[in-house]
Design a protein around this ligand. Structure first.
Ligand code: GDP
Ligand code: MG
Length: 439
């Protein structure tokens, strides 16, 4: 996702102001990025509308840093989509609280049950009981018991012969008798939503009166998350999402849609197979991740110091003195590189933008590399005194740079032309750039 967006931002950051046109260009990229990241179409549409509305407000139009503004607006809106503040479990401050874990098979219920048990024990200082209510797969009970040992949390099970409902009922009794204050019920899943599963879960809900029903959704499954979450929510009124397998390369686009469509907050993110791989969900960090913000912030910074003010000032001063040497040319090359390309530089100079469109950046690039090699083969004295370059020096430099003497001559005449120009500037005879463009 960030790649597209970075490109769009790069384009916009070369331009001084945010206009409706470059705004639209950028938002088109944002839209594509979100769709590619598996965000639901309707969600994307609304999102773009809102960003546009905000961005075209006049503060932004007058902004000197359009790319930064757009990134910020997109980021803020994403965060809002994801839920403005961190969602917390609804556990009772005193007495017995209960959590039901639900979700499709393989989405990570059992793993997440143990992770949340560990979290509640360590962070919330709860006396936790894990309950193995997945009696469909015998291995599931064993799996939970193994995890329970790892985190030193007791696991309640009556074996695969006892029904999930009966197990839940007995577990509550046991928890009360043993002064537990949080019971987490791991339940069975199915590959697809079916009535039998939903009925069982509803019945369990009646018995358990859960303070939280958490749905595990697999980040890797993209937009399917939305359908599943909607269905579970309608049947069971879930209170929070646990997004699992965020350690894969899923960007979390599906997640964005879930939050918007079901209005159920994400509470935890599971990002690994180990019991400690669980994070409380922070919308701002997720927005960063979806945007690939790390890269983008760097880009914004780069845009800001593209023009190294010191070098600029020095160059202007020297030009005003009528001085232009190989060192000045090197500095100019450096500046151009920071701006991205010669085309971009030309586009920014009013009157020269048409000329810029005719420039072949690759060709310019190759030329610049050659010239840099030549200058690097010169001694410091030679770089500051272009006039000292006679035949023997030229051939030595050409050899050093691996070019022909002809190339050295061409570079020398370029610098001489620039010298002439700067001398004209010094004497007040400004060259007519307008004529250059018309010509
Ligand atoms: P359940 O069927 O919903 O109970 O899912 P499990 O908890 O048994 O998890 C299914 C598989 O996914 C197991 O192999 C887990 O180790 C793995 N798994 C669960 N959560 C994560 C996660 O956050 N990251 C990764 N990489 N694997 C996970
Ligand atoms: Mg399981």
């Amino acid at each position: 996702l960030s790649e597209r967006l970075n490109k769009a931002i790069k384009n916009i950051s070369g331009q001084g102001k945010l206009t409706e046109k470059n705004m639209n260009d950028m938002l088109r990229e944002v839209r594509m990025s979100l769709l590619e990241a598996d965000v639901n179409y309707g969600v994307v549409k609304d999102f773009i509308e809102r960003v546009k509305e905000k961005a075209l407000g006049q503060e932004v139009l007058d902004s000197l840093n359009p790319s930064q503004m757009v990134v910020k607006i997109v980021h803020d809106e994403l965060q809002e989509l994801l839920g403005q503040s961190d969602a917390k479990l609804h556990l009772k401050p005193n007495g017995l609280s209960t959590i039901m874990m639900v979700g499709l098979q393989g989405t990570g219920k059992t793993t997440a049950s143990a992770k949340i048990a560990r979290f509640a024990k360590q962070k919330l200082k709860k006396r936790v009981l894990l309950v193995a209510c997945d009696v469909v797969r015998p291995a599931a009970i064993e799996q939970l018991q193994t995890l329970g040992k790892q985190i030193d949390v007791e696991v309640f099970s009556l074996g695969a012969q006892t029904s999930a409902i009966e197990t839940a009922r007995k577990a509550l009794q046991y928890a009360n008798e043993h002064q537990k204050d949080l019971v987490i019920f791991d339940t069975a899943g199915r590959l697809h939503i079916d009535e039998e599963l939903m009925d069982e879960l509803k019945e369990m809900k009646e018995i358990v009166h859960p303070d939280d029903i958490l749905l595990t959704v697999d980040a890797m499954t993209g937009q399917d998350i939305v359908t599943v979450a909607k269905e579970f929510n309608e049947q069971l009124q879930i209170t929070g999402l646990v997004v699992t397998k965020m350690d894969g390369d899923a960007r979390g686009g599906g997640l964005l849609s879930v939050r918007t469509i079901t209005d159920v907050p994400v509470m935890f993110v599971s990002n690994g197979e180990k019991v400690e791989d669980l994070e409380e969900f922070h919308p701002d960090r997720m927005a960063d991740r979806i945007l690939g913000m790390g890269d983008i912030l760097t880009l914004v910074e780069q845009a800001q110091d593209k023009m190294d003010m010191e070098i600029q000032k020095k160059a202007v001063e020297r030009m005003q003195e009528g001085i232009f040497t190989f060192n000045d040319l090197l500095d100019q090359y450096k500046q151009v590189k920071k701006m991205g390309s010669m085309q971009n530089v030309m586009k920014m100079i009013p009157g020269l933008n048409k000329l810029g469109a005719q420039i072949d950046d690759e060709q310019v690039d190759a030329g610049v590399k050659k010239n840099e090699a030549i200058i690097h083969s010169m001694t410091p004295y030679e770089r500051e005194h272009p006039n000292c370059l006679k035949a023997s020096r030229k051939s030595r430099i050409a050899k050093g740079a691996g070019v022909k003497v002809m190339d050295v001559n061409r570079l020398i005449s370029q610098v001489e032309q620039m010298q002439t120009l700067t001398k004209m500037m010094k004497s007040g005879k400004m060259p007519d750039f307008g004529a250059m463009q018309r010509g």
